[in-house]
Design a binder for this molecule. Structure first.
Ligand code: PMP
Ligand code: GLN
Length: 380
């Protein structure tokens, strides 16, 4: 194995979903919905398959989708983008993250990143030769500590890698928290790479604010998103990077050597989703908000300390209240004890601040959540 992959374990999602399948457990681990997105979007993909969209797409993505992404950014956020130079289609946000880091980070550059972090960030910062500088969102509230953020910046820092709504904690950064990040970025001339795949999955009382909309931030922000979460097509792997042309150009410069182009037939379908199924994400968020409440109430009922998330697919619990200290041991024992799979959060930390934390997904059918909760209630 190459040095650049040393110490990077297999992704926890593969491990835990395999465990769920092997033990026939209710899978409240990996975040994917068990109901697909809008049928008219699927029909558009089928039509594309039958009407010749089967050869290479243009490198930056099919124009129809880049234009639809630009329209989405204006409609929701008032951000005006040139679809030719300021939008690139990626193979999921995962490729967006990889191409952004490989395209922008030089060896030795420091990347300030919110801990716990989505696991591909650590792997890709390392593969790019960068150095991560964690800023920890601490239990029980998982808010951003602005002093800790300021202290993480050194003369070698060049990037902030942000994620809001945040996986795994479910924190949605407030406008004030984002303004603090923006102030630090401007003061130290940092580029912000922001992963906003859960942009539409935010629940009553909270609001998603793209950091690119704050004064002075557009020109230093690269934003990443994807159709996976907003339209319940996580397996389609259609994402996009948006921002000023030099940052988007760096993504494209790396992307051309990773995948060259992304799959053709799904791109017109995602364009249609953005333009014509614009109501879908809000109704999905309303449903998910109710499922969040169902899951959080049930987890509290079995004695877990639950942090009710403001966004995403996930709720985080502290397992100490049940007499457990180690989330990994808890999650490895859970299939046997209860027939349920969840994700130990420790894998998303460098520090041991996540040792007692476990993440549960509520992007599942109600009956699945209810069955998972009933099994937990019966566990010893
Ligand atoms: N970022 C975060 C925070 C995520 O939770 C996910 C979904 N697993 C991704 C990126 C990857 O998105 P995609 O499936 O579009 O590659
Ligand atoms: N984003 C989803 C999660 O956090 C799935 C990620 C994955 O499978 N790589 O569970």
């Amino acid at each position: 194995l190459a040095h650049r992959l040393e110490g990077i374990p297999p992704t926890i999602f593969t491990t835990m979903s395999a465990l769920a399948a092997r033990t026939q457990s209710v899978n409240l681990g990996q975040g994917f919905p068990d109901v697909d997105g809008p049928p008219e979007v699927i029909a558009r993909a089928v039509h594309a398959l039958h009407s010749g969209a089967n050869q290479y797409a243009p490198g930056p993505g099919v124009p129809e989708l880049r234009q639809a992404v630009a329209r989405h950014q204006v409609r929701h956020y008032g951000l005006e983008l040139d679809p030719d130079s300021q939008v690139v289609v990626t193979t999921g946000a995962t490729e967006g993250i990889a191409a952004a880091l490989l395209g922008l980070v030089d060896p030795g550059d420091e990347v300030v990143v919110l801990e716990p972090y989505y696991d591909s960030y650590t792997a890709m910062i390392q593969m790019a030769g960068g150095v991560r500088r964690p800023v920890t969102l601490r239990a029980p509230d998982f808010r951003l500590d602005v002093d800790e953020l300021r202290a993480a910046v050194t003369p070698r820092t060049r990037f902030v890698l942000l994620n809001s709504p945040h996986n795994p904690t479910g924190t949605v950064l407030t406008r004030a928290e984002l303004q603090a990040v923006a102030d630090v970025a401007i003061a130290h001339d940092l580029v912000v790479i922001t992963d906003e795949v859960y942009e539409h999955l935010v629940y009553a009382g909270s609001e998603h604010v793209p950091i690119a909309t704050l004064p002075g931030m557009f020109e230093r922000t690269l934003s990443l998103s994807s159709a996976g979460k907003s339209y319940s097509f996580t397996g389609w792997k259609v994402g996009w990077a948006t921002g000023p042309a030099p940052l988007v150009g760096a993504v494209l410069a790396a992307k051309q050597w990773l995948t060259f182009t992304s799959g053709s037939p799904l791109q017109p379908a995602v364009a249609l989703a953005l333009d014509e199924a614009g109501e879908f994400p809000a109704s999905l968020a309303a449903e998910l908000g109710a499922k969040r409440d169902l899951l959080c109430a049930g987890l509290a009922e079995v004695g877990l300390d639950v942090r009710v998330p403001e966004g995403t697919y996930f709720a985080t619990t502290d397992i100490s209240a049940l007499g457990w200290a180690d989330g990994t041991a808890f999650c490895l024992a859970l299939p046997e004890r209860a027939g349920v799979v969840a994700i130990p959060t420790q894998g998303f930390y460098d520090s041991d601040a996540g040792r007692h934390l476990v993440r549960w997904a509520f992007c599942k059918d109600r009956t699945v959540i209810e069955e998972g909760l009933a099994r937990l209630a019966r566990a010893d």
